[in-house]
Design a protein around this ligand. Structure first.
Ligand code: GLY
Length: 364
């Protein structure tokens, strides 16, 4: 069971290779891509313990010279200080312009490694090997890389596309259920904004809250369709000058909820789920999409075991204030991605603050 999704870009296209058991094939998959001889494998202690040896062996068998850099796990470590450790390892192991960094991990490892690769010697190769559902369907694809500033998420970053994304769904077996649910929020997002068929497939599934309820075939289809959705959008608008903004569906309110709860109460996927519930209700109130579609989306979010109400206690004035400092604010206006029909969304800055307040009050 395997599938390949291509991300077509003007400068350098790449493949997202999805196959069960493919972690041991990493070296062989990288070999034809002219990725130099030296590889710096970046990971966190837990993932490295599970998969580090297998990945190292695969790379060495393919003729790569491998060094590793293990960073502490968690969003709180997505900092310039951790980045410095990657640079130190790159220096110590004399990485060259032709060398490659391999990110084995979730979004934090992927974003930091991508940014280190974007900046080391003004840019070297990066290969993404995502190990969480969220990173598989979102963070590893599309070249957004970066670290957090104490004042905000991903404020320091660069676009730097990977040369290959290798997804082995088998690694999800060690993923905690809560993390699986978080990734499912992004999968549902693609169903709403881009792929109506994916949405219907998710509706047909009895449970989406744990991987063991999703058959291997369906999981592969979910991964392929989600990656294809992201690849389609990124291929059309690599640097987010227009269309790519629809990938931020659920993220406007989602980011506010995440930051106001100190990134501790809800994780990113849960916040996106809450944000999608809010955005959908705004769209209903603005008569942009049907109540029936709103109910269908809510049912999917509930089926994925994600929260659909604001985490208490959260001050609505603070949420409205926080929306103003979001990266998505343009000329002082908050931009929302709102659904129009299952499989299509649009970006608008015409959402009255009173309406946002009203919808959020209904979610308390
Ligand atoms: N995660 C949104 C994007 O890659 O554009």
């Amino acid at each position: 069971m395997a599938s390949v999704v291509r991300v077509n870009l003007p400068q350098q296209s790449y493949e997202i290779a999805i196959a069960c058991g493919s972690l041991g094939e990493l070296g062989a998959q990288m070999q034809p891509l002219q990725l130099g001889k030296k590889v710096l494998l970046v990971s966190n202690p837990v993932l490295y313990r599970h998969y580090g040896e297998q990945v190292q062996a695969s790379l060495k068998t393919a003729g790569f010279e491998v060094a590793s850099c293990i960073l502490p796990a968690g969003e709180q470590y997505k900092t310039l200080k951790s980045l410095q450790k990657i640079y130190d390892a790159a220096l110590e192991n004399r990485l060259e312009r032709s060398s490659t960094m391999v990110a084995l991990g979730g979004g934090v490892v992927g974003d930091m490694t991508g940014f280190a690769a974007a900046t080391w010697l003004r840019g070297i190769n990066v290969v993404q090997v995502p190990t969480t559902l969220l990173a598989m369907v979102d963070a590893s694809i599309g070249g957004k890389t970066g670290v957090n500033h104490p004042q905000g998420k991903n404020l320091i970053g660069a676009f730097h596309q990977p040369r290959l994304v290798l997804i082995d769904p088998d690694v999800l077996k060690t993923l905690p259920a809560r993390e699986f649910r978080a990734g499912m929020a992004e999968v549902i997002k693609y169903g709403v904004i881009w792929d109506a068929e994916l949405f219907v497939k998710l509706e047909e599934c009895k449970r989406l809250d744990q991987m063991r309820y999703v058959s291997a075939d369906l999981l592969l289809e979910i991964l392929s369709r989600s990656c294809q959705s992201k690849a389609d959008v990124v291929s059309k608008d690599e640097k987010e000058s227009g269309l790519r903004a629809i990938l931020n569906y659920g993220h406007t309110i989602g980011h506010a909820v995440e930051s106001l709860t100190g990134y501790k109460v809800v994780n990113h996927g849960e916040a996106v789920g809450i944000g999608m519930v809010a955005a959908s209700q705004l769209a209903v109130e603005l008569q942009m999409w049907d109540k029936d579609c709103d109910h269908r989306q809510l049912a999917l979010i509930e089926k994925a075991g994600l929260p659909t109400q604001l985490p208490a206690p959260l001050d609505i004035d603070k949420i409205l204030e926080s929306l103003q400092s979001d990266k998505k604010v343009k000329a002082g206006k908050v931009r929302f991605v709102l659904p129009e029909k299952i499989g299509a969304a649009t970006v608008t800055d015409q959402v009255p603050a009173d309406l946002i307040r009203q919808v959020l009050q209904g979610m308390q």
